[in-house]
Design a protein around this ligand. Structure first.
Ligand code: MG
Ligand code: ZN
Length: 189
């Protein structure tokens, strides 16, 4: 059986508009110019998988159970446009948290690639044929370290631009639609 290919998506600032530390479904909105691209990717057999840092849990801003409603709302919004979200993975940790059990140096907080490894194992994904899309270079690094190709949504959310070889995206795109075009042009012969 051949393994599946996936497009990993950062959530905040990439798939949905960025509202810092938000866990209220009422304030969630899909990014503009993402629906057509996600549709095409799904049509061509890519799993769509969210990988998200949720340090707000470790910091005590909201509980891990609040993220159930966030995941549910995200799936609903996408389903409303005919898109199935195949996976939702998050890191609740932070090295400077308030919740003791989550205040650790974990291997899943991006730029570490742990969330992608976990998804790959659970969903039978081939990372070398997969892609990561995110709005900051920590997303790019996580994707690259996992062995994916990575695209930066260059929407102004990255402010530090600490670049090195492992943090280089293969492309800077303005929107998910543009990123999807590139993925399909590259992969689908
Ligand atoms: Mg982001
Ligand atoms: Zn973590």
């Amino acid at each position: 059986m051949t393994k599946k290919k996936a497009v990993f998506l950062d959530k905040d600032g990439t798939l949905i508009t960025d509202v810092p530390y938000n866990a209220d479904p009422a304030f969630m909105a899909l990014s503009s110019h993402c629906v057509a691209g996600l549709h095409h990717l799904q049509e061509k057999g890519y799993l769509l998988v969210v990988v998200s840092n949720q340090a707000g849990v470790a910091r005590g801003y909201f509980s891990e159970t609040a993220l159930i409603a966030v995941e549910q709302r995200l799936k609903e919004m996408l389903a409303g446009t005919g898109i199935i979200l195949n996976g939702f993975y998050y890191c609740p940790h932070h090295p400077d948290g308030m919740v003791k059990s989550l205040t650790i140096n974990c291997d899943c907080r991006k730029p570490a690639p742990g969330l992608l490894f976990k998804a790959a194992e659970e969903l039978d994904i081939d990372l070398s044929t997969s892609w990561m899309i995110g709005d900051i270079l920590n997303d790019i690094e996580a994707g690259n370290r996992a062995g994916c190709r990575s695209i930066l949504i260059d929407n102004g959310n990255e402010t530090e631009w600490y670049l090195n070889e492992i943090r280089n995206p293969v492309l800077k795109a303005r929107t998910i639609n543009e990123a999807a075009d590139h993925i399909l042009k590259t992969d689908v012969k």
